[in-house]
Design a protein around this ligand. Structure first.
Ligand code: TEU
Ligand code: CA
Length: 556
């Protein structure tokens, strides 16, 4: 594997709307991000991924772009964006924007022109089909519920949207569409971006000609996955995009890739892959069901371990995964991966270390470094997330009571990660002086950055230590390029692995509240991380405290 400039970096995801509001309108913005660059640099962040802040009606919170060349006024101006890129660079931080090109917004000029003249140039930018009364072109269910087909306003046609109806799919088979995309990517890279996170990219290749698949619910529709499994040849688009854009700039590109086949990994993230890296979603998708969120099987510590090791083994040293505990589409990791009732400072640090020390590029989602948790939801009316609102209906239709359905939504709603960043114990967690667009988690009085920055034992301080360890010249080579080797893989509620490179590191976490003993294979030379103040040991046997995690340098 060739070494790349970004291999030893630490990345951080910002959800602009909820990060920091600089002007009191209740919406986070780019000047707000600029004012927090000091915080991010101090934490040790090198790469900053911004969820979309382009012009958008925000039907899906910016993942519906109406102009790829401008910044939405709610987030700031193009000058703000340029200033952010420049100010970040001064601190050694590079910016990634979100590339959302499976679809645009129905308020984009292309779509408006397609409505005006579906037979013209812009009609070919989308997937249009003739409307037949009582008969949809296909029986696919959109990710956010309901059929993927919607009437094209003012015409006798329908258009395809695999996400929300306000997110019409772009027709990647049309070379003109691809040219538009590449031109935009290069335009941004010329502004000095470090690269992109690439949204929902697996969806750009459709199985043609369109056909129906076996329905998988009472609604007679089928999951998009049925069509995607059949779609072949996405590599032609992805390779072309790489060659025309990222490659020329040595930019970083991380793909939001679901359901990749093992044989595709070298093409995707090997040397000269389509992407620099791709996210590991193995833990996030565990237990998923085509029926809906209400049917998800909750993940246990043993499942979590298995998912991590499986993903690591699949990729090996072919390339670099990007490891996450959460993102803006997922519940808070500490609320999901730590058994109910056990979410505390120690267990949060354990989860952090087990994930952060894996081979790959660590991505921290805003507030994760504080151990932010899921938000209590009292009623479905409080929920903003369009996918959670749909899943609530799905649960009701499946026969759950409204109370049960609300419980499901509380657990998995994307709002959990989207509540405002908890900066301090001041009003609205110091996020805004106005009314926040989404309710602040009431636990901000005890979980906030200001308090944790002063506290040596906080989750924040632990993240800072982990990041510093990854950058320590003595251990960097081993942590970044070491080979991961699971240890005691069959032990219950214990997750442990070696990182073997120039040095030998052992990462071991007691994934339960009860103590647990391990007999160390060799003696250790140094304790690099410990979420307790002591190590209880006798003759090489360590009695791990509940949720204790250790990173040890072993004698080889
Ligand atoms: O997500 C793609 C995607 O597949 C998600 O629908 C994911 O399966 C789901 O959110 C898990 O709960 C991307 C973005 O990250 C998401 O925020 C957007 O809504 C979506 O694309 C459409 O652009
Ligand atoms: Ca604002």
């Amino acid at each position: 594997m060739n070494k790349k400039w970004w291999h030893d970096k630490v990345a951080y995801q910002i959800y602009p709307k909820s990060f920091y509001d600089s002007n009191g309108d209740g919406i986070g913005d780019i000047p707000g991000i600029i004012s927090k660059l000091g915080y991010l640099a101090d934490l040790g962040i090198d790469i900053l991924w911004l969820s979309p802040c382009y012009q958008s009606p925000l039907a899906d919170q910016g993942y519906d772009i109406s102009d790829y060349y401008s910044i939405d006024p709610r987030f700031g101006t193009m000058e703000d964006m340029e200033r952010l890129i420049a100010e970040a660079k001064k601190r050694g931080i590079c910016i990634l924007m979100d590339l959302v090109v499976n679809h645009c917004s129905d308020e984009h000029e292309w779509f408006r022109k397609a409505c005006e003249n579906p037979e013209g140039k812009y009609g070919k930018y989308f997937y249009l089909r003739d409307k037949k009364e009582g008969d949809l072109p296909t029986n696919w269910r959109s990710y956010f519920g309901g059929p993927v087909w919607e009437d094209l306003p003012g015409t006798d046609k329908q258009y395809l949207h695999v996400f929300h109806r306000k997110q019409p799919d772009l027709n990647w088979e049309n070379p003109e569409v691809r040219e538009e995309v590449y031109r935009n990517i290069n335009w941004w890279l010329d502004k000095g971006l470090g690269g992109f996170r690439i949204d929902a990219i697996i969806n750009i290749k459709k199985a043609l000609p369109f056909r129906d698949y076996e329905p998988d619910r009472e609604d007679g529709l089928c999951s998009i996955n049925a069509m995607l499994t059949e779609a072949k040849g996405i590599g032609v688009f992805l390779g072309e995009m790489r060659d025309r854009t990222f490659k020329k700039y040595d930019a970083f590109a991380v793909g939001e890739v679901f359901n990749e086949k093992p044989e595709e990994i070298p093409e995707f993230i090997g040397d000269d892959g389509y992407f620099s890296s791709m996210f590991d979603f193995n833990e996030a998708v565990f237990g998923g069901s085509e029926k809906g969120w209400y049917d998800i099987t909750p993940i246990t510590p043993d499942d979590y371990k298995k998912c991590c090791f499986e993903a690591q083994a699949r990729v090996g040293d072919i390339g670099f995964l990007s490891n996450i505990i959460e993102n803006h589409d997922e519940p808070r990791g500490v609320s999901r991966y730590i058994p109910e009732g056990d979410c505390c400072i120690e267990s949060k640090k354990m989860l952090a270390a087990l994930n952060f020390m894996l081979r790959g590029l660590p991505f921290i989602y805003q507030g994760q470094e504080l151990g932010m948790e899921n938000v209590p939801i009292a009623s479905i009316d409080e929920v903003d997330d369009i996918s959670a609102r749909d899943e609530y209906q799905v649960a009701l239709e499946a026969g759950l009571s409204s109370e049960e359905a609300l419980k499901v939504v509380s657990k998995y709603s994307r709002d959990n990660a989207r509540t405002p960043m908890q900066w301090s114990d001041e009003t609205n967690a110091g996020f805004t002086t106005g009314t926040p667009w989404l309710k602040v988690n009431p636990n901000y009085l005890s979980i906030n950055a200001a308090a944790q920055m002063k506290d040596e034992d906080s989750v924040y301080s632990f993240y800072k230590k982990m990041i510093a360890l990854r950058k320590d010249p003595v251990y960097k080579e081993t942590i970044v390029y070491g080979a991961l080797e699971p240890v005691w893989a069959e032990r219950h509620n214990l997750m442990a692995y070696y990182q073997k490179g120039e040095r030998t590191l052992l990462v071991v976490g007691n994934y339960q509240r009860d103590e647990q003993e391990v007999k160390l294979p060799t003696v250790y030379k140094n304790v690099l991380l410990n979420n307790y103040h002591d190590i209880a040991q006798e003759n090489g046997t360590v009695r791990l405290h509940g949720y204790q995690v250790l990173v040890l340098e072993m004698s080889a």
